[in-house]
Design a protein around this ligand. Structure first.
Ligand code: AMP
Ligand code: MN
Ligand code: MN
Length: 316
């Protein structure tokens, strides 16, 4: 944290936030930084503002300290926005805006930096990886190591996606030396699904449709389906990745209904299409191979609008 050491020295109150519908990298980065700052600055008052993380993340120590109630007039000395820009902070945005100093740490290529201090490095696999390199090693303990490891594992699809660099693996190797049960952690937080999560995934895959000669695939989950299977958006993670795994598919689209004529869109690509560019066109963002946005309109209009952008990028 050398780049922000003077700000840290002066901070008496610190808030940490991440993006709406927090994923593994977001939750773990927030928890790793929380514990790190508690150790480095034992006098400081540190609060976390984040939506309730998915159940498996309750293996992380301190997760119960997360404030999912954003009603506060507090003006913090320092606010850390992790794994997103300010637009995706959700209800934590007013708290971020009120803070005396804002630090943005992220790895999204679409993020131009929303803080007074911006540490945005798109070549990083994850915010957790970037954060780990900012930490002074003497404060890193087993709990921080666990959180950083799971964060990296989630954003790299368990060290499988092309964002996994030799440096990513080097960090993972250093973290394993702490001796935690990495295998169980990955199983519980990444692979294990509830029965209902598995059912809705099956339903979404069954309803998927290929187009553009099989180079694109799309599927949608409506609010009615979510009610029927007793699931919430948190339970839909992983569906788009399954779709992207279909042989011959260059780009996968998954949508779920968030309101009347409103859909949250997730896209994945094998690299031929830069889905971040597609998402940015519709007010979202992300990375070359994984991006998202929210779209208004009917399901079919949204597919038409997305496929126009995708087709313009796909080599014939
Ligand atoms: P998702 O499809 O939600 O799993 O997101 C894929 C990637 O795109 C993740 O890195 C997200 O953080 C990012 N992303 C998703 N939605 C948005 C958005 N509306 N704005 C910016 N980035 C997004
Ligand atoms: Mn994220
Ligand atoms: Mn991330």
């Amino acid at each position: 944290m050398k780049r922000i050491s003077s700000e840290l020295k002066e901070a008496k109150t610190i808030a940490i936030g991440g993006h709406v519908r927090p994923d593994g990298d977001c939750v773990c980065s927030v928890m790793a930084l929380y514990r790190y700052l508690q150790k480095k600055l034992p006098q400081a008052e540190i609060d976390i503002y984040l939506e309730e993380p998915p159940a498996p993340f309750h293996v992380l120590q301190g997760i119960e300290d997360i404030k999912s109630e954003f009603n506060t007039d507090k003006s913090y000395d320092l606010f850390f926005a992790l794994d997103c820009n300010d637009e995706r902070l959700g209800d934590a945005l007013p708290i971020f805006r009120r803070a005396k100093k804002r630090v943005n740490i992220d790895h999204h290529i679409s993020n131009t930096g929303c803080g007074d201090i911006n540490i945005v490095e798109p070549e990083r696999s994850s915010t957790a990886e970037l954060l780990y390199d900012l930490m002074e090693p003497e404060f890193v303990d087993e709990e921080i190591a666990k959180a950083v490891y799971i964060g990296i594992a989630h954003d790299t699809g368990v060290f499988r996606y092309s964002n996994t660099s030799p440096h990513t693996m080097q960090i993972a190797a250093d973290l394993l030396k702490f001796g935690f049960d990495f295998s169980a952690l990955i199983e519980e937080t990444y692979y294990e699904k509830t029965y209902f999560q598995t059912q809705i995934m099956g339903r979404a895959i069954l309803g998927s449709v290929r187009f553009m000669d099989g180079r694109c695939i799309v599927s949608m989950v409506s609010r009615r389906m979510m009610e029927f299977y007793c699931v919430t958006p948190k339970d839909l993670d992983g569906i788009v990745n399954q779709l992207q795994g279909v042989k011959g598919v260059d780009c996968a689209i998954f949508m779920y209904e968030t309101g009347t004529l409103e859909y949250k869109v997730s896209m994945r690509s094998n690299g031929l299409v830069d889905v971040s560019k597609v998402a940015v066109k519709f007010g979202g963002g992300g990375h070359v191979r994984a991006a998202g946005c929210t779209m208004n309109g009917t399901y079919h209009d949204n597919i038409n609008n997305l496929s126009r952008e995708i087709a313009a990028q796909l080599p014939k």
